[in-house]
Design a protein around this ligand. Structure first.
Ligand code: NAD
Ligand code: UFG
Length: 338
């Protein structure tokens, strides 16, 4: 089976490519390189021992996508491509609707044209909005707190309508919680442009000396230590979830929303301490005001993934921090010695 990975050179796409190849799939990576670099391909060659086919293209280019699906004989698509910065989406909502919703619409039309009707979509726990209860299961009401989240909801709804209208379609919306960590080889990992928005890449950059100090956004939340709690999930577990979703969709048609989380939340301070263990030195930090729009706690009920996909997260925060640190040192070399 040949799988098209849109956004295939990005953080989660590149790890999923490595895991799919290991599982025996053929893959084609497609990306416009707006948030990733072509060097990932050489690193994937080292990880997999193979040169993976890569197409530099935009998902909004429908004719190109249809041609790629036909040329490589793809039977399914994993759709990672999208913009993902919440703050940027508030400032530039049209760019987000164009890229994420418009891009998915073009992709689905191209798939229809090429006779491909199986898709795994990168959704997010953000579709649950402010939690009404925890842990979050898939029956929790959905809502969007910002344009980024709204694009995820719109895309989920688009896929749901399509599966209802055309029985041949099969779609799995994987609602990721907080992916973190890197490939065990240290060859691929998360490498955001500029100053990171998210906790783990920010901690990594402070640990390596690239940034001076971590700002912890709020220490007065109703959580055990007052800092925000999230369900961090190893990116290799997320990648494995996609392999499980592909085989699930071979058995099941229709639309499915499935959480990819561990079921366990960790606070910002717990993550900081785990990273200090991994890098073996103290990480400068200071408490700051809460970040607007942040919630106190968010973690998954992962029971559905276990029952329908036969998948569960197996890696803990130590492995996330150790692999992120290994990747950081291997890719850039730490500028600060422990
Ligand atoms: P990423 O930015 O590393 O990867 C996305 C890739 O898509 C990038 O390589 C980018 O160049 C590419 N891309 C963007 N727009 C494109 C377009 N129009 N055409 C072709 N390529 C395009 O991000 P990631 O962390 O790997 O996230 C992958 C997906 O998972 C995204 O859809 C994101 O919204 C979703 N997601 C991520 C997280 C997270 O915390 N990382 C959490 C929930 C959901
Ligand atoms: N945090 C800090 N300092 C930082 C960055 C984050 O204290 O510099 C805190 C946040 O306040 C929060 C926790 O660390 O308590 C996690 O923040 P992230 O930005 O890493 O993750 P979020 O849970 O806020 O958001 C992420 C993605 C969203 C996605 C959401 C749910 O960025 O796109 O998970 O999947 F919608």
């Amino acid at each position: 089976m040949t799988i098209l990975l849109t956004g295939g050179t990005g953080y989660i796409g590149s790890h999923t490519a490595a895991v799919l190849v290991e599982a025996g799939y053929e893959v084609v990576l497609l990306d416009n390189l707006s948030n990733s670099r072509p060097e990932v391909l050489e690193r994937l060659r080292q990880v997999t021992g193979r040169t993976l086919p890569f197409v530099e293209a935009d998902v909004r280019d429908r004719p190109k996508l249809a041609a790629v699906l036909r040329e490589y004989g793809c039977t399914a698509v994993i759709h990672f491509a999208g913009l993902k910065a919440v703050g940027e989406s508030v400032r530039q909502p049209l760019a987000y609707f164009d890229n994420n919703v418009g891009g998915t619409l073009a992709l689905l039309q191209a798939m229809q044209e090429a006779g491909v009707a199986t898709i795994v979509f990168s959704s997010s726990a953000t579709v649950y909005g402010e939690p009404q209860y925890l842990p979050l299961d898939e029956a929790h009401p959905t809502s969007a707190a910002n344009p980024y989240g709204r694009t995820k909801l719109h895309i989920e709804e688009m896929l749901s309508d399509l599966c209802r209208a055309e029985p041949a379609w099969r779609a799995a919306c994987l609602r990721y919680f907080n992916p973190a960590g890197a490939h065990p080889s240290g060859l691929i990992g998360e490498d955001p442009n500029g100053v990171p928005n998210n906790l783990m890449p920010y901690i990594t950059k402070v640990a390596s000396g690239e940034l001076p100090s971590l700002g912890i956004f709020g220490n007065d939340y109703p959580t055990p230590d007052g800092t925000g709690v999230r369900d961090y999930i190893h990116v290799m577990d997320v990648a494995a979830g996609h392999v499980a979703a592909l085989s699930f969709l071979q058995r099941e048609a229709g639309w499915h929303a499935i959480n990819l989380g561990t079921g366990r939340g960790y606070s910002v301070l717990e993550m900081l301490r785990a990273f200090e263990q991994a890098c073996d030195h103290a990480i400068a930090h200071e408490f700051k005001a809460r970040r607007p729009g942040d919630i106190a706690s968010c973690y998954a009920n992962p029971a559905k993934a276990a029952s329908v996909l036969g998948w569960r997260a197996t890696r803990g925060i130590e492995e996330m921090c150790e692999s992120a640190w290994r990747w950081c040192r291997a890719s850039k070399g730490a500028t600060r010695s422990p």
